[in-house]
Design a protein around this ligand. Structure first.
Ligand code: T46
Length: 142
């Protein structure tokens, strides 16, 4: 399984860095929601679900964490530790987030508003949903 990781353009000068993200330019979908995770307790694993339709870009804008992606056929662990890198997580992808550094802030850009009905929280249900056809595999690395 290959992973799509976007490398955003930092606008740096003597004052520091700035990254700007625009829908359909830097982000491949309409951004309907933004949320972020911080002060994640040591040893905690979050996620344990997939989404039926939601697409997201995950950016660890401070500190570091790891994301385990599972498309039903294959699993891959992706470290996130740079504020200018965004991990694309398509629909039908099981995710677990772990190894958060104490200072980690994980920013998420989402293609849809919050909808609990879009979540698949049962792994067997997820496997039934994807049927391991390979059709939802993550594509090219960027
Ligand atoms: C995902 C990963 C990366 C809301 O009220 N609105 C929201 O937009 C979100 C995302 C969550 N919530 C509430 C629902 C729960 O009571 O916040 C609480 C924690 O959510 P959850 O347990 O789903 O958090 P994670 O870290 O397991 O998963 C979240 C997202 O839910 C999920 O879509 O892909 O981050």
């Amino acid at each position: 399984m290959q992973v799509i990781k976007y490398v955003f353009q930092p606008h740096g000068d003597a004052r520091g860095q700035l990254v700007a993200l625009e829908e359909f330019k830097d982000i491949p979908f309409h951004i309907k929601r933004v949320y972020y995770l911080y002060e994640t307790a040591e040893g905690v694993v979050r996620g344990y679900h997939a989404h039926k339709t939601l697409q997201q870009i995950l950016v660890c804008i401070h500190g570091s964490c790891k994301i385990m992606l599972d498309n039903g056929c294959e699993k891959k662990v992706v470290p996130l530790e740079k504020p200018y890198e965004g991990l694309y997580v398509p629909n039908a992808m099981w995710r677990e987030m772990f190894d958060f550094s104490p200072d980690a802030v994980l920013l998420v850009l989402a293609s849809e508003l919050y909808d609990e009905n879009d979540y698949i929280r049962d792994y067997n249900e997820f496997m039934e949903f994807v049927k391991c056809s390979g059709g939802n595999a993550i594509e090219d690395e960027q």
